[in-house]
Design a protein around this ligand. Structure first.
Ligand code: SAM
Length: 275
């Protein structure tokens, strides 16, 4: 692939998704886009760049971007955020009027493990939520991942990663070698295709946002923009969870680290904000 083709393809991916592909990622393009190239009978990455420069390339462009997302996920990933959520939810429930649902957003939800881990956490709290409903929204750029998430079926390997066995038998039904989430938990989550670079305001306000292990793929200005937009959608007493390798420091002053917690951020109080 010529440097010109690489720059063009990487530029397209960045504009469409925020994902930054550094010059050493040529091999990744080759391996991840191989199946798509073969299916479309496109000779290689230079030929793909040529096709995408032309008209009527929208569907192919979207397909390329999706193929370049990293969709790694697992149940109760990193543990800590879900332990924190377990303590937070009863507090939020007590602070909300009866009849008002607690809204939680799994932004960049991939194949759904994060959103279902939230659903399990809420279901296990039961009476501690004083009858408050928990509504979970799972969104992702990848339509393929959303389909998988919506289906709610996981392999033995997937459920073995992070899901305690008593939760597995309680909240999933075995179907051959795979496990299907119960209809009750599935009904707690709504799935929607959504790009984090788009205007978040249409999604409404959330009490809790999980935006984990996606900002790592963005450059600093994009991270800043997304974090500031997220802060605008979170309730004043709500929180944003970020991944272990992600932070708000140096990126936005609209979210501040929660005292004594890693990966947990709260909306900054108006008066405390700089600038
Ligand atoms: C590594 S997964 C993280 C999944 C889950 N949050 C977790 O921590 O286990 C990253 C996800 O971000 C999604 N993604 C990447 N860029 C995105 C964007 N601009 N808007 C929405 N989702 C995006 C990818 O499709 C992928 O499913």
């Amino acid at each position: 692939m010529t440097p010109d083709s690489f720059n063009f393809l990487a530029g397209l991916v960045k504009v469409r998704s925020g994902i930054v592909l550094t010059a050493d990622k040529g091999y990744m393009l080759e391996t991840r886009l191989g199946p798509m190239l073969r299916r479309e009978a496109i000779a290689g990455l230079d030929a793909l760049a040529l096709r995408l420069r032309g008209a009527k390339a929208e569907a192919l462009t979207a397909e390329m971007v999706e193929a370049l997302t990293t969709n790694e996920s697992s149940f109760f990933r990193d543990g800590k955020p879900f332990e924190h959520l377990k303590k937070l939810l009863p507090r939020l429930a007590a602070a909300r009027p009866p009849g008002q649902a607690i809204r939680i957003w799994s932004a960049a939800c991939s194949s759904g493990q994060e959103a279902y881990s939230i659903a399990i956490t809420a279901a296990e709290l039961g009476a501690a939520l004083s009858g408050r409903r928990v509504e979970i929204l799972g969104t992702d750029l990848s339509k393929e991942m959303l389909e998988r998430a919506r289906e709610g079926i996981f392999t033995q390997f997937e459920v073995q990663r992070g899901l305690p066995v008593q939760m597995l038998v309680k909240h999933f039904k075995q179907e051959g070698t795979r496990w299907r989430i119960t209809p009750e938990l599935r009904a707690m989550v709504r799935w929607q295709s959504f790009n984090l670079l788009d205007d978040l305001r249409g999604l409404g306000r959330f009490d809790v946002v999980f935006c984990r292990n996606v900002l790592i793929y963005f450059d600093a200005p994009t991270k800043s923009r997304v974090l500031a937009a997220l802060a605008g959608q979170v309730a004043a007493d709500g929180v944003v969870y970020l991944g272990g390798a992600e932070t708000v420091l140096g990126l936005t002053d609209r979210l501040v680290p929660a005292a004594g917690e890693r990966g947990v951020y709260e909306p900054a109080r108006q008066a405390a904000r700089v600038g």
